[in-house]
Each structure stands twice: as structure tokens, then as C-alpha cells.
Design a protein around this ligand. Structure first.
Ligand SMILES: [Zn+2]
Ligand SMILES: [Zn+2]
Length: 570
């Protein structure tokens, strides 16, 4: 048996154990269903008196531990529906389930006095359920029907070992503690206001990080021979009709009017890029033409799905459109794969999961176009030497694509980067180039993004680093702290020298206690603290305290600047 199956059995048994505890403590509660989930288990029930509250969980958990200690055997057998109806006569949910089961008989699980309607798949005894934790109470509906009977869902998790359980609970704690919305507030990086729901505000410190992400991206664009353009935030509705956005994406677009003509605020950068391509006839000598745009766009998202920087209504996309011949797809894609990996590695994402999505059932373009493009993409992936999987039929109707999934420090997967081949837009906008024989030909268009949305990527790296930005990204890189007022003028000079060396420095020469100053710098998650006292002034040195608590004393300022410059490279 697979580990996953074994874990499901354990977790489902834990759900039974919770149900047994509930039926002993709150005997009138009507139980419905208790399946295992990817992260644990739950049981949906309908309390007859008071609703369950958070403070009931420890009580239920305690009873579960008692029942586990009693080492009660868990048995399972098939019984007739008639018998089952007798057992569950006062539970309308179970009666409904019995009616829905197509077989003659139904399964009955028993542990001590507790009986449950169940298909089976349990551990042998309650004593095998040791490492569990009840986590929360939420609302649900009978048979997941929003118009159906409201229920309460009690959820928890269970593992085979205490170590696994503890690691999981620590991860939940981390996710809460390092939620980017919380860190954003604590570190004064960004904010949201009622006046602009879903539209993030970047504060001075937060904008520094944003700008470095931008600088770094521009450096990468130069390295990989992209040319940067910018196109307007508003363009006429006619263009969006031609691109198909008006027909298929209207609900997510904002509209406005200029001189009684209808305009749309751009939800994507592609049509603007296409207008640049079409400005004049293009020759094969110009291809591949790599037009990058750090384009700011707006998309209407429902208020219910807005989620910090992860889901916003306005964002910057590091977009590029590459116009090339079909023979150039492979080398272009290979270069893009290298480019994307370089960027993701720079942010500490080494674990990249790559998928190639191929032709779906409904697709435009000829067989030849698809075969050539899919072959080019897989050849590029093979040459890159990176492992990838193939998602048959998962491509867009207008071309195959490659998706990159990263895994963050808290084990979550995110899809950010993507390379998308497009046969549709060149057709739709009648794009052409003059080939070496002087004849008109249609180019292929490749869309690609690396960060994807800057805002979302920002939220992801903030959580990935748990707020501890590496030196090159940190809004304040060095905080100079004085131990006594007597060191203020020496400290001021140090800070001035660091600033001159282009290091982002902040001086804390307040009269607070040094312990308080250290605490403040820690909360702001500044990578280096330079602690300055009498001794440092006398010896003309500084002491550095790093983010991880390590300290170095008696360093010359030159040495510190040299080290900072080394770390500042990107
Ligand atoms: Zn069961
Ligand atoms: Zn595009």
C-alpha cells in the first residue's frame, strides 16, 4: 500500500475518533461525513443545541486521547439497509445516504458503543491514532449545496509520527507569521486603502524593493538582447475588439471615454506590442525581434477573491513578445528557458518544475504549425538539460506553452513564469515580414513573462524570505546603532561614509537603550546592524551584528564596505 493511502486511512480513522468523542460529549449532534483530505481530515456535523466554538476543540481533543488510550478495536462489516435505518433512525443525513447507496447492503464501522455508516478502510484500533491535532471550525453545507442545510466543519490533522505532526504545525505557524500582508505592515512596505480596493500602495521602503526588482529585470533584458518599449494604458475599444479581448475578457476590463469614443484600460500588453511591430514593414533580418514591456495593467477581479498582493486589480507585468520565424522558435525558447532559470535562481528558487502543454482538441492552425512548434519546444527543453513533464492537450487553442512552477521555503508551489507560442495574433492582426526571397511571410509570436505580475511575485518572495530580504534587495541594508550618545558623531560619520558608498543605511542615534534599538532593527528585518560604542570609536572600527545573530567585532569600515559591495551585485 502507498504511504498516501495509509495516511488517508489513519486520517479517516481520526475523523471517526473525533466523531466518537463528539457523540459522547454532545450526544444530540447529528453527524454527516468525515473524509480524509490532503492536509488532514474533517467531520461535518449539525449541532442541535449550541454551535461549536473554538474553545470546544481542546475538550474534544482530550476525549479523543482518552479513547485512543483505551485501545478500542475498530471493526467493519456489511449490514442490510433495513438494519442500518434502525441504527441511524434519528439522523436524517445518514438516512439520506443509505437511500443513495445503490448496493443491497451498507458498511458499518464500530468502535465500542460508536457506530458509523462507512465504506471501510480504518486502522485496527483507536490506539493507533496518536499524533493528531484539531485545528479549526468552519461553515459548510450538506452535500456542498449552498442552498442546502448549513453544517459545521470540524477539521484537524493526523500523522504517523510526532515529528511529522510537529513539523506540520510549525509550518502552519510560519504561514501565519510570515503572511506577506502582515510582514508588509510590520516592515512598512505596502498598504491597501478602502479608497482603492485591490489597488496596492507601495510605501517608500517597499518601493525600493520594487525598483530593484525592476533594475534587475532591465539588466536581464539587456543581457538577453531584449529591447524595451512602453505602450499606453488606454487604447481604443476597436483594438480590443480586434484582439478578441472585448468579446472574451470584457467582464475583467475597465472602460472609459475620450471625445465620445470608447476606450479600454489595458488588461494585457500584447495588442500594444503588436501595434509597434506593425508600424512599418519588417524584414527577416530584424527577426527575432524581442520587444519587452514592463507594462502596468488593470483587471477587474471580484472583491471576494482579492488577497493582498497575490490577487490585485492593478499590476505591472514583465512582459515580452518575441516575433520570429518558425525556424527560430527552438533557439528563442532555449534562450528564454536559460533566462527564466537565471532569474528564478537569483531569488533562491532552485526547485523549478517545468511542464510542456501540447495541442488541445479544439485548436487553430495547421498540423504542420503545431508539430513544428511542439517539436521546437521539446527540443529546447531537451537541450537545456532540465527535466520536464508533458501535459497532453493542455495547451491554449492558439499554441503550445511551457509553464514554470517554483517551490518556496514553506513548500508551496507557485506558477509565475511562462512561455507561450501564439499562432493566432499574427493571423488576427495580419502580421508579416519580408523573407530573404522578398516574399511576405507570417511571423510566429511568443509571449513570455518571468515574474509574471510584479505585485504577486513581490508577495511570494516576501513570504519565501520570511521578510528577511537578501542584502541586495533589502530596503535598508545597514542600520547604524549607537550604544551611548557619546558615540553619536563617530556613528554619523560612519553612516555618511556608507551612504557615499551607495549603501542603503539608516542611523539610529536616538537615546533609546541599545537593546531597544536592536529590537527595532530586527523588526524592520535589516540585514546588518553596525553597533557603535566608545571602544569602536577609540579603535576606529565597527562591530557588525548579522540577521542570524552572528557578530563580528573590530572590523575596519573599508572592509565592511567592500563586503557590502560584493553582496550588492546583481
Ligand atoms: Zn470509516
Ligand atoms: Zn502577450
Amino acid at each position: 500500500m502507498q504511504n498516501k493511502e495509509k495516511l488517508d486511512i489513519l486520517r479517516h480513522s481520526a475523523a471517526h475518533l473525533m466523531a466518537q468523542a463528539i457523540s459522547q460529549l454532545y450526544p444530540t449532534t447529528k453527524l454527516t461525513l468525515g473524509p480524509p483530505t490532503a492536509e488532514g481530515f474533517f467531520y461535518d456535523c449539525q449541532p442541535q443545541e449550541e454551535n461549536f466554538k473554538e474553545h470546544d476543540l481542546p475538550l474534544i481533543e482530550e476525549r479523543m486521547h482518552e479513547l485512543a488510550k483505551q485501545d478500542i478495536p475498530i471493526t467493519h462489516k456489511q449490514i442490510s439497509k433495513e438494519e442500518a435505518r434502525k441504527i441511524f433512525h434519528d439522523n436524517p443525513f445518514k438516512l439520506e445516504m443509505i437511500d443513495l447507496i445503490p448496493d443491497e447492503t451498507v458498511g458499518l464501522a464500530e468502535q465500542g458503543e460508536f457506530k458509523d455508516l462507512c465504506r471501510g478502510g480504518h486502522v485496527d484500533s483507536t490506539s493507533e491514532i496518536k499524533n493528531f491535532k484539531l485545528l479549526n471550525i468552519s461553515g459548510s453545507y450538506w452535500r456542498a449545496d449552498r442552498n442546502g442545510t448549513p453544517l459545521q466543519r470540524l477539521s484537524g490533522t493526523a500523522f504517523f509520527t510526532e515529528k511529522e505532526l510537529e513539523a506540520y504545525l510549525q509550518r502552519l505557524e510560519d504561514l501565519k507569521q510570515y503572511d506577506h500582508r502582515r510582514l508588509g505592515k510590520q516592515m512598512e512596505l505596502f498598504s491597501f486603502h478602502e479608497e482603492g480596493p485591490g489597488f496596492p500602495f507601495f510605501l517608500p521602503k517597499g518601493r525600493i524593493v520594487y525598483n530593484i526588482m525592476m533594475d534587475y529585470m532591465r539588466k536581464i533584458l539587456r543581457k538577453y538582447d531584449h529591447e524595451e518599449i512602453s505602450t499606453p494604458g488606454m487604447l481604443s475599444v476597436e483594438l480590443w475588439k480586434q484582439s478578441g479581448h472585448y468579446d472574451h475578457y470584457k467582464e475583467n476590463m475597465y472602460f472609459s471615454e475620450i471625445d465620445e469614443k470608447e476606450f479600454a484600460i489595458k488588461p494585457m500588453n500584447c495588442p500594444g506590442s503588436i501595434l509597434v511591430y506593425k508600424e512599418r514593414p519588417r524584414s527577416y533580418r530584424e527577426l527575432p525581434l524581442r520587444l519587452a514591456e514592463l507594462g502596468y495593467m488593470h483587471r477587474h477581479e471580484l472583491s471576494g477573491v482579492l488577497n493582498g498582493l497575490f490577487r490585485v486589480r492593478s499590476f505591472l507585468m514583465d512582459d515580452a513578445h518575441i516575433y520570429c520565424t518558425s525556424d527560430q522558435i527552438e533557439s528563442e525558447v532555449l534562450s528564454l528557458i536559460t533566462m527564466i532559470n537565471e532569474v528564478l535562481n537569483k531569488f533562491g528558487f532552485d526547485n523549478v518544475d517545468i511542464a510542456l502543454s501540447t495541442r488541445p482538441e479544439k485548436a487553430m492552425g495547421t498540423d504542420e504549425m503545431w508539430e513544428n512548434a511542439e517539436k521546437s519546444l521539446s527540443e529546447a527543453l531537451n537541450k537545456s538539460g532540465i527535466k520536464y513533464k508533458i501535459q497532453e492537450g493542455d495547451g491554449a487553442f492558439y499554441g503550445p506553452k511551457i509553464d514554470f512552477k517554483i517551490k518556496d521555503s514553506m513548500d508551496r508551489e507557485w506558477q509565475c513564469s511562462t512561455i507561450q507560442v501564439d499562432f493566432n495574433n499574427p493571423e488576427n492582426f495580419d502580421l508579416s515580414y519580408i523573407n530573404s526571397e522578398g516574399k511576405k511571410e507570417r511571423p510566429v509570436m511568443i509571449h513570455r513573462a518571468i515574474y509574471g505580475s510584479f505585485e504577486r511575485f513581490y508577495g511570494i518572495i516576501l513570504e519565501h524570505y520570511k521578510g528577511n530580504f537578501p542584502f541586495w534587495l533589502a530596503p535598508v541594508q545597514v542600520q547604524v546603532l549607537t550604544i551611548t550618545d557619546a558615540a553619536n558623531s563617530y556613528a554619523k560619520n560612519i553612516a555618511a561614509e556608507l551612504k557615499k558608498a551607495d549603501i542603503r543605511v539608516k542611523l539610529d542615534d536616538s537615546s533609546d537603550q541599545i537593546s531597544g534599538k536592536i529590537k527595532a532593527a530586527q523588526l524592520a528585518k535589516v540585514p546588518w546592524m553596525l553597533i557603535i560604542g566608545k571602544k569602536e570609536e577609540q579603535n576606529n572600527t565597527v562591530s557588525v551584528r548579522y540577521q542570524n545573530g552572528k557578530q563580528e567585532q573590530g572590523l575596519s569600515l573599508e572592509k565592511v564596505i567592500e563586503k557590502a559591495h560584493e553582496l550588492n551585485k546583481y
